[in-house]
Design a protein around this ligand. Sequence first.
Ligand code: ARG
Length: 409
Amino acid sequence: MTRVALAFSGGLDTTVCVPLLKEEYGYDEVIGVNVDVGQPTDEFDEAEETADALGLDLHVVDAKTEFADLCFDAVKANATYQGYPLGTALARPVIAESILEVAVEEGCDAIAHGCTGKGNDQLRFEAVWRGSDLEVIAPVRELGLTREWEIDYAAEKDLPVEAGDGGVWSIDENIWSRAVEGGELENPDYEPPADIYEWTAEPDGETTIEVTFEAGVPVAVDGEEMGPVALIQHLNEHAGAYGVGRTDVMEDRMLGLKVRENYEHPAATVLLTAHQALEDLVLTKNERSFKAGIEHEWAEKAYEGLVFAPLVDALDAFIDETQETVTGTATVKVSGGSCRVVARDSAYAVYSEEMASFNTEDVAGIAQEDATGVAKYHGLQERLANGVAASVSAPELATDGRGDASGDE
Ligand code: ARG
């Protein structure tokens, strides 16, 4: 008996994979694994119905908590890729690992996905799976299947696929983001119609939302403590009602293709905005500027589905070191579809109102006139380079054409 575990969502691609894994690849048994990272519940019901009709043994794994924790790592890293908060990208390694665990427990010989050869997900899944001894199979890619071929094949085999297969848009949803692509959206010059949005209302009204962080991790909203999954779900609904968190990006995919993708991510927008605002208050300038480079690397690796990379562990170690003081609150105002910080507070603020104020004199033994020496030196190299340093006589200055040094024509 040979057995293969298939990442099964109940969509057209994964449905046609079930008979193909037996017919074309010769496996005796196929088991399906559907991993819950916060897809809508009707997707699970549909997957279960489809599995029943196919006679497929379907395992459902709840990975929402693990996924939410990873989303909070992304918050600590202020991570976005080309403006997108990485929902799909962060979910894939979590899904891949859950499926692999089931495959190993069930004594499978192989593991399969229904991704095409054009997207990022094939790479994200296989980056995890190819570390195991199981054979990795990608029927859609390996057999060069097209959507039309799949629809004909499903009709011929009488497979339980719904006509239209979920409508014109290709949608990928989890608690961190809802991604919409395909159909007319493939034309970058086409404005998305209102009906692509499900999480965000047309902007109307305004409110403020206060987020409490402990060591960089969101722990409460408007004073109410919540666990990671509940907190994200609450903010998606609450901020989504104010139209917050829509992005329309020309996304550079891992294989080099540029693809137009629309996203909704109200919770991610609120949490990333609030977290950044709190960091702005408690981190030093040097920490902030160095961390920006770390964040860029983190987001790139996350986009590639490589959050388990040793590099990411090292980046996380740096990030965690900076997060000790990211404790306090930040308040954002959501209005007109925008989200901006309006207040922040922390016991660890690298800030002295007394020092920054225009109305105080000596503070910590520093008087206003102490800045005179600094002011004399500031820009010295620039003045020398431009040949305008007052204390250096003109003939000593370089006259090689930089600026308008005196003595030069
Ligand atoms: N472009 C995003 C990524 O690769 C999301 C992909 C899934 N999107 C979709 N609408 N099916 O991370």
